[in-house]
Design a protein around this ligand. Structure first.
Ligand code: GUN
Length: 286
């Protein structure tokens, strides 16, 4: 058997086309501000890509770069300025921050109506209660890919590997709300492979290159790879691999996302959708 490919690049383009059409009907451009603290190479790539897509869609787009040594007060100053800026509908502070203990302080300063990442306690709390507003982009994108690929969730067993606030935790909530039975595995789970073998859907979101092996997968299961890991390569450019050993798993699974071209483009498309949603809410147009 060879797995069906869940093509996030193609679906991401379709979402963007739909957004473009909607932007044309708004009284003003949706505004997205992206804040990058420091010069983490992976974060620089992600932030650049988000900016490119915002520009392509005709959004107002601002990028604010702060030095790695910026104090918490300086970061909060920027966030407060953007919170008060009437042209800005969405604020994204790229994570991880150089000092991880600044992250919750920054989230607590974000107005929930501009929280296009869906990371604040208000957004996460509403999702936990089953009345989501702005939902974290990666898990939202995974749900969209699963729906588009007609992967059944109701009554099925889903295993989420990883319990981050950005992906694993909201992912588990969304799957459970779609009536899957959800197991969350993490760094202290003794036998992750055993759980995976029983799963109809596996979501790998741990950041460990090619951790999920072919022998872990029930034949026909859907496997979603959220990982983006750069391994050393002979040409010095690095080789991008996910958390899933792609060739092995594709030989067993029923459906699989590639890396790149799977979850990544969906995350960006959902960020643009969330920004449009925030703009509409602030403009009072649905
Ligand atoms: N770091 C990794 N993924 C994300 C994301 O979706 N949003 C932000 N702000 N930081 C991230």
């Amino acid at each position: 058997m060879s797995a069906r490919i869940l093509d996030g690049a193609a679906l991401g383009r379709a979402v963007q086309a739909s957004i473009s059409a909607q932007v044309a009907g708004l009284p003003r451009k949706p505004g997205l501000a992206v804040v990058l603290v420091g010069a983490d190479p992976a974060s620089q790539v992600y932030v650049r890509r988000k900016g490119q897509v915002a520009d392509q869609l005709g959004y107002l787009h601002r990028q604010i770069d702060l030095a790695a040594g910026a104090s918490r007060a300086e970061i909060l100053d920027v966030v407060h300025g953007l919170s008060d800026d009437p042209e800005i509908d969405g604020i994204l502070v790229q994570f991880p921050l150089p000092r991880r203990d600044d992250e919750l302080a920054v989230l607590d300063a974000l107005p929930p109506e501009k929280d296009v990442d869906g990371f604040t306690r208000a957004s996460m709390g509403l999702l936990a209660q089953g009345r989501p507003q702005l939902v974290a982009c990666t898990p939202k994108g995974v749900m969209r890919l699963l729906a588009h690929g007609e992967v059944e969730l109701a009554g099925k067993h889903a295993v989420v590997i990883g319990r981050s606030n950005i992906v694993g935790r909201p992912m588990a909530m969304l799957l459970e709300q779609a009536n899957a039975t959800v197991t969350v595995c993490h760094s202290r789970t003794p036998d992750v492979a055993r759980h995976c073998r029983e799963a109809d859907v596996v979501i790998a979101a741990v950041g460990r290159p090619e951790m999920v092996r072919g022998a872990w997968i029930k034949p026909g299961a859907a496997v979603i790879d959220v990982g983006m890991n750069r391994l050393p390569s002979a040409d010095g450019k690095g080789r991008l691999v996910g958390d899933v050993a792609y060739d092995e798993v594709a030989a067993v699974a029923g459906a699989i996302t590639p890396v790149p071209g799977g979850v990544g483009p969906m995350t960006i498309a959902m960020l643009m959708e969330n920004t449009l949603q925030a703009a509409r809410a602030r403009l009072g147009v649905g």
